[in-house]
Design a protein around this ligand. Structure first.
Ligand code: MG
Ligand code: MG
Length: 263
């Protein structure tokens, strides 16, 4: 069942999601060659708790950390580790969730570590652009399949592939609520979106094959052909008929611009 939120509840969701954006900006400040993904996790957990919230991922289904950190061919759900050291030319997808005032925030961004191959930068740019293309079609009375199709058609037109096994989701008091929000689908299919719905749209886009492998650690998902994968996620709401982005990349991109490592 889809839980519709009141405008007051959506304001609380906005607070949780803005904190995710600010947390990812703190993470952005420390991403560089030589840093471990566990160090990123520690920065995020401390910042979330300092702001009166709880890391939503920590303990979720037994997940051991506050961030998912997925490097290069890892698509999503990578476990932060002291032995995973970022190096020049890597990309790292950082997914973050917060719980505050009874509501969850959830957003993700893929970062470059130092100088990254322009072809991989294009994958990141395309994945992020596909997210905004999907958001631009959201509104009262729009079929969910139109949103899914927007991601798929854009990314496939650029020669990239869409992961099928993982999807976006409704969100609210719980991190994962109905409906599922696939990154692939047909125009005109699916449920009708309406005011009060909050969903996370999160394209997971591969440079090569769409096929993925579930690693033995029980969490990490990687591309079958070991080519890179990118992940960007926003939490959005439909408020009085129109889409609003509750999360934000503004804090992140301010940091990236200041450190000249934006792409
Ligand atoms: Mg997420
Ligand atoms: Mg999500």
């Amino acid at each position: 069942m889809i839980y519709l939120k009141t405008n007051e509840e959506i304001e609380l969701m906005r607070l949780s999601n803005q904190l995710v954006g600010k947390t990812l900006a703190e993470v952005a400040k420390v991403i560089k060659p030589g840093v471990s993904t566990l160090e990123l996790d520690k920065v995020a957990e401390a910042f979330i708790r300092d702001n009166g919230a709880t890391p939503a991922f920590l303990g979720y289904g037994g997940f051991p950390n506050s961030l998912c950190t997925s490097v290069n061919d890892h698509v999503v759900h990578g476990i932060p580790s002291a032995s995973t050291i970022l190096k020049e030319g890597d990309i790292v997808s950082v997914d973050c969730g917060t719980f505050m005032n009874g509501f969850v925030g959830d957003s993700a961004y893929t970062f470059c570590v130092g100088e990254v191959d322009p072809a991989i930068q294009d994958l990141l740019r395309t994945t992020k652009e596909s997210l905004y293309k999907a958001i631009s079609v959201v509104g009262d009375g729009v079929r969910l399949g139109n949103v899914s199709h927007a991601v798929q058609s854009y990314c496939e037109s650029k020669g990239y592939s869409v992961v099928r096994e993982l999807v976006g989701h409704g969100i609210g008091r719980k991190m994962h609520e109905a409906p599922e929000v696939p990154n692939y689908g047909k125009h005109g299919s699916g449920i009708l979106l309406k005011s009060g719905m909050c969903i996370c749209i999160e394209p997971m886009i591969n440079m090569g094959t769409k096929n993925v492998i579930f690693e033995k650690d029980g969490w990490t998902i990687r591309t079958r052909d070991r080519k890179p994968s990118a992940h960007f996620e926003h939490c959005i709401a439909i408020v009085d008929g129109d889409v609003q982005i509750l999360s934000s990349f503004d804090y992140i991109e301010k940091v990236l611009n200041e450190t000249a490592i934006n792409y």
